[in-house]
Write a protein that binds this ligand. Structure first.
Ligand SMILES: [Zn+2]
Length: 91
């Protein structure tokens, strides 16, 4: 079984090396994807967890590859899963 990486900001699986974000030294960062994190910083540092949920659930509604049932489950689970991600942990 291979290790699965989940972006600790948006909660999406990271499957390819080029999809990882980068640290300021150019080395790939294994915690975040390149949509969220590049050159050592978040692309949108002021984003809140609620913004992230809204962006990704809106995207879900416009994705024709996701059926009704799966969409329903994802919508219920996504906010809970996201709250566990490193970026959204407080304390
Ligand atoms: Zn991400």
């Amino acid at each position: 079984m291979s290790m699965q990486y989940i972006c600790q900001s948006c909660g999406m699986p990271i499957e390819h090396l080029e999809d990882f974000g980068t640290n300021s030294n150019g080395i790939r960062n294994r915690e975040y994807c390149n949509y969220c994190f590049e050159n050592g910083k978040f692309n949108d540092p002021n984003l809140t967890i609620d913004d992230m949920i809204k962006i990704n659930l809106d995207g879900l509604d416009h994705n024709p590859n996701i059926g009704y049932l799966k969409r329903f489950v994802l919508k219920k689970m996504y906010p809970k899963n996201l709250a566990k991600m490193k970026r959204w942990q407080h304390n």
